[in-house]
Structure formats: C-alpha cells, structure tokens
Design a protein around this ligand. Structure first.
Ligand code: HEC
Length: 124
C-alpha cells in the first residue's frame, strides 16, 4: 500500500516538473536578450514609424512618435520610468495581452522597448 502511494507521488512530481518546464520555454521564446545593447534610432524608432506614428503624429494623439519628436515626447510626457522600467507606460501599453496598444505591437517589440528603458533610455 505504502509503496503504491510513493509511486503515485513520484509520478505526480515528475508530471509537475514536465508541465513547468514546458511553461518556462513558452515564456522565454520571444523576449529579446536584455544584455544586447538597444539603439533608439536603429531599433525603437523603426517600430514607431511602422506601427504607431500613423496615429501618433505631430499634433495628433500624444505621445508624438514621429522621428523628430518621439524621444522628447516620451521623456517629457513621463511615458518612460527608468527607476521602475516595467511600469513605464510606453512598455505596459505595448505588452500583450492587456496593453491598450498591444493590438499594434507584440511581445518581442515590447521586450525590446523594455530593454531600451532598462539600459537607461538613451537617445542613442
Ligand atoms: C489606430 C491608431 C493608433 C495606433 C496605430 C497606435 N495608437 Fe496609441 N493611441 C491611440 C489612441 C486613440 C490613444 C488614446 C486613447 C487610448 O488610450 O486608447 C492612444 C494612446 C496611446 C498611449 C497613451 C496611453 C496612456 O495610458 O496614456 C501610448 C503610450 C500609445 N498610444 C502608444 C502607442 C504605440 C507605442 C503604438 C505602436 C505600437 C501605438 N500607440 C499605436 C491610437 C493609436
């Protein structure tokens, strides 16, 4: 009787292990490596140009994400929080599934923006 219980518990533990290892891989799939330096002009601005600036243009819905103004409008509008990067509005609004702008974004784009903020939100 005891041996059988032990067997069941072992199977349960292995099952949990397998479940969690799958879950772990799913989460890590499209998050960009935070140690790779992000260039604002080279990688972030193209996201704004391609997916956002159609609506977030000069004189339209803030923040203005056009190339000439995006950096200043993000910093001065407090959309970026370098002390608590995960709470930055520009990141939370892009992050699926709940971000208000996530329909125009994706986890890898939001992850890149988060890495840029974690690296000091430089105008580089
Ligand atoms: C189809 C038009 C449209 C597109 C495309 C769009 N937005 Fe927006 N965005 C809006 C509107 C309208 C608002 C204001 C109302 C709202 O928050 O939903 C807004 C609000 C915002 C805000 C302010 C949210 C807040 O909580 O203060 C941010 C930041 C933002 N958008 C970023 C982005 C980014 C980044 C992209 C591209 C990935 C993007 N938007 C794409 C229309 C758009």
């Amino acid at each position: 009787m005891h041996k059988r219980k032990f067997f069941h518990v072992t199977i349960l533990i292995i099952g949990i292990f397998v479940l969690f290892s799958c879950e772990y891989e799913k989460i890590t799939i499209d998050v960009p490596d935070p140690t790779i330096p992000v260039s604002y002009s080279g990688e972030i601005q193209p996201i704004w140009d391609n997916y956002c600036a159609g609506c977030h243009a000069v004189g339209a819905t803030p923040p203005d994400l056009t190339a000439a103004n995006s950096y200043n409008s993000l910093i001065s509008g407090n959309y970026v929080d370098t002390l608590a990067p995960e709470q930055s509005i520009i990141y939370t609004c892009m992050m699926p599934p709940n971000g208000s702008m996530s329909q125009y974004s994706s986890a890898d784009k939001a992850g890149l923006v988060l890495n840029w903020i974690k690296q000091g939100a430089k105008n580089n």
